[in-house]
Ligand binder design. Structure first.
Ligand code: ATP
Length: 507
């Protein structure tokens, strides 16, 4: 059978780095091929080459037996190649329908596009309001838009670059059903994920990349997760250490905070939480249930009455992020590019953005900033030729490691982290989780918002759940099971307003 896609000796160099080094692989019609590799192994670069967003320096590509020479994604889409990007390629200020329209070359009217978005959303369990402004959508919803936009072009080859990192477990199930259905219809699927269980469940075959080269091609179902991890990093991934030591004084408090939502953004309602020095509180919940507003309120991006948020006993509700940072609170937002880092600026310059000690009397201490950036690179194993590279040139996982490292090495006394290991490979995820636990053991109070329940059980001392803007009590993780957290994620914690409503309806 003629392969749907055939790569022969694909090589791509960037200054100081060979991102792809003679990659050869085939994918058959209807095949689901997973690409596995450490952060920076060259997965996204390879996908961008297939999609016409980057040009190889060497090698040949054929599509359905014919040489493939595309110089833009628009040409690739014309031929039946669609891609769901790791970093969303959406315009924040446009609506869902307008974003989708930009990726279509046909002559559909805006009304027809909206109709089709609704119809596809229904068919594949990805509901979205076509008139929503992207800026107001949660990460999970934006991901939905990306997937729908790809499906609108009726692709023969669908490339998905870490599509599940911001999806809820239930949405992942739906997506997998969709992908199985598409594969049965003959659509070939290239799937990048760091989640080994997903690869084992979904893919017929898995190609492992290391430093830009293909090092293995296996049936993932015939391998254990440990074996796949070893193939990927060439070693056993580090284990996550146990936390030790008791929690101290309450250092962070939020009391009865209510911020109304808009029609599209979930607000928070009567949220109360206190966190002690030397403990990690994990907040579980499906994205879009108020986590963004909660983090904005806790970090200072959103002001509240002065006494409603306290740091080390002092009211800070009216203080902005900079003032809170000077008091010892740091924040790693969910969105890496644009919010946590400026893509066009170098890594050194990006350390200055939140590095208050790197600026004295209005002067930037450039040498110290450089040293600090190099320290982050070394400690967090960030793969980059040097600290002068633009943040946007790093692979997704490497940028995440850099941002986490930048905040952790500033030794915060209170740290807020939204999705700490999003897009990070298994080895690096263990490094990040260990560094959070070390920071906790050194006496920091840490709040981790994550959709990964396993991760929360691994790092947290206490766990709370957000649902429709309400926050459950934060209880010791030892008193909870994963199943219970799952129920709480539907609002059903003891004495929750939703549980009362639920039982009243049952009566
Ligand atoms: P991740 O799992 O973190 O997403 P990846 O396997 O997708 O990683 P790539 O994004 O393909 O990795 O990056 C491979 C290497 O190429 C990295 O070292 C990265 O810094 C480098 N690179 C990628 N794009 C560029 C660019 N536009 N300019 C310079 N270097 C780049």
């Amino acid at each position: 059978m003629t392969p749907r896609l055939s790569l022969r000796g694909i090589t791509k160099r960037y200054p100081g780095i060979v991102a792809n080094d003679g990659v050869t692989l085939d994918i058959a019609p209807g095949e689901v091929l997973a690409i596995l590799g450490e952060n920076g192994a060259g997965k996204s670069t390879l996908m961008k080459i297939i999609y016409g967003a980057a040009r190889p320096d060497e090698g040949e590509i054929s599509f359905d037996g014919k040489p493939l020479e595309v110089s833009s994604p628009a040409e690739a889409r014309e031929l039946g190649i669609a891609m769901v990007h790791q970093h969303f390629a959406l315009f924040d200020t446009l609506t869902v329908a307008e974003n989708v329209a930009l990726g279509l070359s046909g002559s559909l009217t805006p009304a027809q596009i909206s109709e089709q978005i609704k119809a596809l959303g229904e068919k594949y369990g990805l509901p979205i309001d076509p008139s929503s402004i992207v800026m107001e959508l949660s990460m999970g919803e934006r991901q939905r838009v990306e997937i729908l936009r790809a499906l609108m072009t009726h692709p023969k080859l669908l490339i998905l670059d870490e599509p599940t990192s911001v999806l809820t477990p239930q949405a992942v199930r739906t997506l997998f059903k969709t992908l199985h259905q598409l594969s049965a219809e003959g659509v070939s699927i290239l799937f990048i994920s760091h989640k080994l269980d997903e690869i084992r469940e979904l893919a017929n075959r898995c190609v492992v990349l290391r430093s830009g080269r293909v090092v293995a091609s296996v049936d993932p179902k015939a391998e254990t997760e440990e074996e796949l991890a070893r193939m990927m990093i060439g070693d056993d991934p580090p284990t996550v250490r146990e936390a030790s030591g008791e929690a101290g004084e309450v250092v962070f408090e939020m009391k009865h905070v209510t911020i109304p939502g808009t029609t599209r953004v979930c607000g928070i309602e009567d949220v109360t939480l206190s966190v002690r020095a030397g403990e990690i509180v994990g907040i579980a919940g499906i994205s879009g249930n108020g986590q963004a507003r909660f983090m904005a309120t806790a970090s200072g991006e959103c002001a509240t009455p002065s006494d409603s948020v306290r740091l080390f006993g002092k009211p800070v509700g009216g203080l902005d992020t900079h003032a809170r940072r000077l008091s010892g609170l740091r924040y790693v937002p969910e969105q890496r590019l644009g919010h946590a880092a400026v893509p066009e600026l170098s890594l050194t310059a990006n350390t200055i953005l939140t590095g208050d000690v790197l600026v004295r009397s209005g002067f930037i201490l450039r040498e110290r900033a450089k040293e600090f950036a190099n320290l982050v690179i070394e400690r967090f194993h960030v793969k980059t030729p040097n600290a002068e590279k633009a943040a946007g040139s790093l692979s997704g996982g490497n940028l995440q490691k850099f941002i986490m490292g930048r905040e952790i090495l500033n030794r915060p006394r209170v740290l807020l982290v939204h999705q700490p290991t999003w897009g990070v490979d298994v080895g690096a995820a263990a490094v990040i989780r260990n560094s959070l636990i070390r920071l906790r053991d050194d006496g920091a109070a840490i709040i981790v918002v994550s959709e990964e329940i396993d991760e929360l059980f691994e790092v947290s001392d206490r766990i709370a759940v957000m649902y429709r803007g309400a926050l459950s009590p934060a209880v010791p993780k030892k008193t909870l099971t994963i199943e219970e957290v799952g129920r709480w994620m539907a609002g059903l914690w003891p004495n929750s307003p939703f549980a009362r409503k639920h039982s009243a309806e049952a009566d």
